[in-house]
Write a protein that binds this ligand. Structure first.
Ligand code: 26V
Length: 806
């Protein structure tokens, strides 16, 4: 990219004066960032053109990854690393009196996702480019990402995240590839030359304009693309008549209505209007993406080569959000390309594949038939036909068929069940960790598995170890490379070569020093952002993820309350100092989660302001969790809290990011923790609590009684009482909804059931931590075994076993 730092400086300064029309010294830091980013982006764009040509000459099968969410994180440092130019640019900037990390912080971190699912999609883009898979991401260009979280008086408040206000240097608007998308209207059937055809009239047209973001693979050879679609009015929509009457808002009403489609990520869908907008978003992405795939295919292979489509194209749907890919691809093949139903269906089902990411029933998407019919009349007709044929194909000679049909049909109870549509329309359905896939096969999607078990497979999640270790933890990365060479960066399995260093005390000391350095870095961020002073020598016990009842932040909170109560009774209690760190957002309309955030803050106030206990324990909540903050936190953790109710967390990916950074997991046998346990070994992880089977059995038998547990454990009863007895201030500050969920409504997520074992296991971990040599060895064992959790491995499995590429 640059032959040396002098070459870089020369090119960079030239670029600055050309684009900013002022000397470097007069530019703001943001401007300096912008020029640098734009410069790297242009080089990436050029390499993208080369990659495309190479892939198309080789006639490589193309993968399209459809996802409503992509959490890319900041790109500048990442791309410099991937191009092998980080050191050069850093040194060149230093000569110019600038710091790469400071410039990099000028970049907005686009919050185009909610959490694990969105970040997984971004990790896959990184790994697909690294593995030279011809892949395109299909997403939406929301003007506002997930809300910014602010804490006011101990409560979460939400602020919009207008991440695009200063422009985004990594995108290229591609107006010439825009597509027209149709909503609403009527469908008329006509019969001509022995064939029925469908004419869609009186629809509203929305323009889908792609913004392309280059995706640079490590090594800089492959540059793929993420297409983010934006909704725009088809022509400058302004009602001049209304405008001249002075009705300004009426004049731009339609324009606003259209732009609302990609205005914000995941609007509150508890209201009918919110629901409709969400469905519009889903169809918008799907229709724009499918149309561009079809056009590209016709351009490349001609308009009649449809039979070969599944050999040349793979379409992957990330959860059910893009499930309309199934009927939309059918629609184009039937109505536009004039294929027969059976031929079209064969192509669709051989092309599309689907990943499920949750078994939580609230999160399984369903749409009212009436809404679907009105918004997407032709698409709905096709869904109806898919459902009719599915029912017709159902084998009614086997016992239990009624029950299987009722759970697997697409249309049921006035609703379109999107997961069922996805499963029927796909050739592959996968879960995201071994235990999750087992639950899908044996429980949630049992009826489908009974029909066609071949379709179901597991693809345990992975994360980009280049972003979450190489980039986020440079000191550790250097230590690893000094020991085993740099091969681990492209082959994470080589981290296993670290295992012999478990007996090397100099190496272990170095590992401990690096962790301490990372803890200092986080401690100064905490001091700057919240004023709280924490001791980097204390044990950092960290839980960062979305706030949700099933993830059980409560269990962690109760543990801290228990420590507080014990320290008040016995201030001399022997306890190594602990810092408990939380971070994560509660959904805007999720009251229980918001109360949990308030409880963490109430507890933090209580603990941190009490000199009797605050020498030993501190509680910190870091505002506005996201990819960038995660990159600062993971490297600084000693303990990684992964304590969901067994069976509920599909996989988790934070657990893997911690593991790559040498944190030791304290967790339940849930999601990918099960595989972490298997790889790290029983000695290098702290497992506690009910198993998924035990949780399910309580469910069948109905004999779990949370109050019995409080009666048996007076310490726990004290804690649940403290939620409401004035411990946290007056009655207005009490946490009744949390108390009631546990005591009156019988503790759906088995917090109380697992409390005792959790506490015991926590103390065991604390003891292990005090034996520094032992702990550092455990930490090293985790790093050495983390290689399996690179998303490089995951995408290769998708490529070979689902997409049939490579
Ligand atoms: C969404 C919702 C929304 C409505 C309220 C309840 C609820 C519960 C869960 C979800 C999650 C939707 C899908 C999702 O994000 N799943 C996450 O996917 C990650 C990547 O595969 C995985 O690591 C996480 O375990 C899984 O929760």
């Amino acid at each position: 990219m640059f032959s040396g730092k002098e070459d870089f400086k020369e090119q960079y300064l030239a670029e600055v004066s050309e684009t900013m029309a002022k000397p470097f010294g007069e530019c703001t830091r943001r401007e300096k960032y912008e020029v640098l980013a734009k410069m790297i982006c242009s080089r990436a764009a050029k390499l993208h053109a080369e990659t495309r040509l190479r892939h198309s000459t080789l006639r490589r099968k193309e993968v399209y990854y459809f996802s409503m969410e992509f959490l890319l994180g900041r790109l500048l440092t990442n791309y410099l690393i991937n191009f092998g130019a980080e050191a050069t640019v850093r040194a060149g900037l230093k000569d110019l009196g600038e710091d790469l990390d400071e410039l990099s912080r000028m970049e907005p971190d686009p919050g185009l996702g909610n959490g694990g699912l969105g970040r997984l999609a971004a990790c896959f883009l990184d790994s697909m480019a690294f593995e030279d898979i011809a892949a395109t991401g299909m997403g939406a260009r929301y003007r506002f990402g997930l809300f910014k979280q602010k804490i006011e008086n101990g409560k979460q408040t939400e602020e919009p995240d207008p991440w695009l206000v200063n422009g985004y240097p990594w995108e290229i608007r591609n107006w010439d590839s825009a597509r027209q998308i149709r909503f609403g209207g009527r469908v008329e059937r006509t019969f001509e030359n022995g064939k029925i055809s469908f004419e869609h009239t009186a629809y509203q047209t929305v323009l889908a304009v792609p913004y392309d973001v280059p995706i640079v693979g490590y090594g800089g050879k492959t540059v793929n693309m993420l297409r983010l679609w934006q909704a725009e009015p088809p022509e400058e929509k302004i009602d001049l008549a209304a405008f001249s009457r002075g009705e300004y808002s009426e004049a731009v009403r339609e324009r606003n209505e259209i732009e609302a489609i990609t205005a914000i990520l995941y609007p509150d869908d508890t209201t009918p209007a919110g629901k409709e907008l969400r469905l519009k978003q889903e169809y918008f992405l799907t229709a724009a993406g499918i149309a561009s795939i079809i056009d590209h295919y016709k351009h490349q292979y001609g308009a009649s080569a449809w039979r070969a489509f599944p050999d040349r194209v793979a379409i992957h749907t990330n959860d059910t959000h893009p499930a309309l890919c199934v009927p939309e691809l059918m629609r184009l093949l039937l109505d536009q390309e004039n294929l027969e139903w059976d031929d079209a269906w064969d192509i669709v089902t051989k092309t599309i594949s689907f990943t499920n990411h949750t078994i939580m029933p609230e999160a399984l998407e369903k749409w009212p038939i009436g809404l679907m019919q009105q918004l997407l009349p032709r698409v709905y007709m096709i869904i109806e036909e898919i459902d009719r044929r599915y029912r017709e194909s159902f084998d009614r000679s086997l016992p239990g068929w009624q029950e299987r049909l009722s759970s697997s049909a697409v249309l049921w109870d006035g609703q379109v069940r999107m997961a069922n549509l996805s499963i029927i329309g796909s050739h592959s359905v996968n879960g995201v960790a071994a235990i999750h896939t087992d639950i899908l096969k044996n429980d949630v999607f049992k009826a489908f598995c009974h029909r066609d078990s071949q379709k179901f497979n597991n693809k345990t999640n992975g994360v980009s170890h280049r972003r979450f270790l190489l980039e986020s933890n440079p000191d550790l990365s250097e230590l690893i490379t000094s020991a085993i060479g740099s091969g681990w960066i492209s082959d994470a399995g080589q981290l296993e070569n670290l295992l012999p260093y478990g007996n090397d005390s100099a190496f272990l000391d170095e590992l401990e020093k690096i962790k301490y350095g990372n803890k200092c870095r986080l401690a100064s961020y905490i001091k700057e952002s919240s004023g709280i002073i924490i001791d980097p020598a204390s044990l950092f016990d960290v839980q960062v993820k979305r706030i949700h009842a099933y993830k059980r932040q409560l269990l962690n909170i109760f543990k801290i309350m228990h420590l507080y109560n014990r320290l008040k009774r016995d201030p001399d209690m022997d306890l190594h100092p602990h810092t408990f760190i939380f971070s994560g957002k509660a959904a805007q309309s999720y009251e229980f989660a918001k109360e949990t955030v308030r409880l963490i803050h109430a507890l933090a106030d209580k603990v941190n302001s009490d000199p009797q206990v605050s020498e030993k324990i501190k509680v910190v909540f870091l505002e506005n969790f996201g990819v960038s903050l995660g990159q600062l936190i993971y490297p600084a953790a000693d303990i990684s809290e992964q304590i969901s109710t067994a069976g509920k967390e599909a996989s988790g990916t934070g657990n893997m990011k911690f593991m790559f950074n040498g944190a030791v997991t304290l967790g339940t046998m849930d999601g990918a923790n099960v595989e972490i346990h298997e790889l790290a070994g029983d000695d290098n992880i702290f497992i506690f609590g009910l198993s998924a089977r035990e949780v399910a059995e309580y469910g069948f038998r109905g004999d779990y009684h949370s109050q019995d547990i409080c009666r048996r454990l007076p310490d726990l009863a004290q804690i649940t009482d403290q939620l409401v007895n004035g411990f946290f201030g007056g009655q207005t500050d009490a946490f009744w909804s949390i108390h009631d969920a546990l005591i009156r409504y019988n503790d759906e997520y088995f917090v109380l059931a697992d409390f005792e074992d959790y506490l015991k296991t926590f103390f065991r971990a604390g003891e292990a931590f005090e034996d520094r040599r032992k702990w550092n060895r455990m930490s090293l064992a985790n790093i050495a075994k983390a290689g399996y959790f690179t998303s490089d491995r995951t995408v290769l499995q998708y490529a070979e076993e689902i997409w049939n590429v490579k």
